[in-house]
Ligand binder design. Structure first.
Ligand code: APR
Length: 312
């Protein structure tokens, strides 16, 4: 087969937007998968999206399914299976519900597409992607979590609006776990190379960092469910970098084996994603403050991973 197969596990809000983006970019054919109770929902969404292609002019096939055999040989899996947050909930509050779901997904994926490049989006992100890799026994190059691209995009937007410049000219990096103690690395944030610290007042920057950290919760508070447009676009940027061997440098949750001083944990760090998956974990010097923030974030991530490990 010459077309790539992209499996989207979870046909909900993010899953639907993922399918639309993947098809629109013609990255491959799509299998939009959900549980048997939602098979018709997935099939309906898939049909709607194929008809969308007749207007827009994309030829990707999109198939709704609840049969894991349809995922056989998938090149990429993007996993959103699970429940999203409701107002007042933290991502960590989802662990009890989403843990059995990620285990179910991982054991099936291990059988039908063990070689796929896998991007996990389900929350609590760092613990879910850790568990996925553990169950499948996949190499660390092939399993990543999507968080840093989204958190960086939020920071990018807030900085652009504050500075009154195009979002295109703002570059940002957010590291650490996908929780409220994530680490926006302001020293690395620029407006076309000019340091934001010289262009935006400290109090404004502090407020922007705080808003970024709570960026997911802000949307949950407004919509009653979690964000889906920007999360989907972020994951597709990662998938595209893999499929087209773009070697983009993107903050991603990856398995750390000593990098940044952490072992046996998934956490957001800058990585290069290319045709082999995670081709390099890029290590940069962090300030003492940033290291301390990363340590705090790592502790929160570890506490949820410990819950997951105990439940095994
Ligand atoms: N296998 C496949 N799909 C499943 C399974 C499973 N075992 N369990 C649940 N699902 C499906 C649900 O039926 C639902 O259609 O996952 C889908 C999730 O869709 P939404 O409820 O719309 O949630 P969404 O906004 O897409 O978020 C999904 O991503 O950002 C995270 O916190 C968010 O964990 C949540 C996930």
């Amino acid at each position: 087969p010459t077309r790539k197969k992209i499996g989207l596990i979870g046909a909900g809000n993010i899953g639907g937007e993922l399918a639309r983006l993947v098809a629109n970019k013609e990255l491959g054919d799509v299998v939009l998968f959900d549980i048997p109770a939602k098979e018709n929902f997935a099939k309906g969404k898939a049909l709607d999206l194929e008809q969308n292609g007749a207007v827009l002019g994309y030829d990707s096939h999109i198939k709704g399914s609840s049969n894991w055999d349809d995922l056989k040989g998938a090149d990429v899996l993007i996993i959103t299976a699970g429940v999203p947050r409701k107002p007042g909930q933290s991502r960590d509050d989802l662990v009890a519900i989403n843990l059995p779901i990620i285990r179910d997904v991982a054991s099936n994926a291990k059988r039908v597409c063990p070689d796929a490049f896998v991007i996990v989006i389900s929350n609590p992100l760092d613990a879910m992607v850790y568990e996925y890799k553990r169950v499948v026994g996949a190499p660390k190059e092939k399993v990543v979590g999507m968080a840093g691209v989204l958190d960086s995009a939020r920071l990018q937007l807030f900085l652009a609006r504050e500075a009154g410049v195009s979002v295109k000219d703002v570059r940002t990096t957010v590291l650490g776990g996908h929780g409220d103690d994530m680490v926006p690395v302001l020293g690395c944030c620029t407006i076309n190379g000019l340091p934001v610290r010289q262009l935006i007042a400290k109090e404004k920057l502090d407020a922007i960092v705080d808003r970024t950290r709570k960026g997911g919760g802000e949307i949950v508070g407004l919509m009653g469910t979690s964000a889906y447009y920007a999360p989907a676009t972020s994951a597709v940027a990662m998938a595209e970098s893999y499929l087209l061997d773009q070697k983009r440098l993107l903050p991603s949750a990856v398995y750390l084996d000593g990098e940044y001083g952490y072992k046996d944990i998934f956490m957001g760090v800058p990585v290069i994603i290319g045709g082999k998956g995670v081709e390099k974990i890029v290590q940069v010097e962090l300030t003492a403050d940033e290291k301390a923030m990363l340590e705090k974030s790592a502790k929160s991530v570890q506490s949820v991973i410990d819950v997951v490990k105990k439940a095994s």
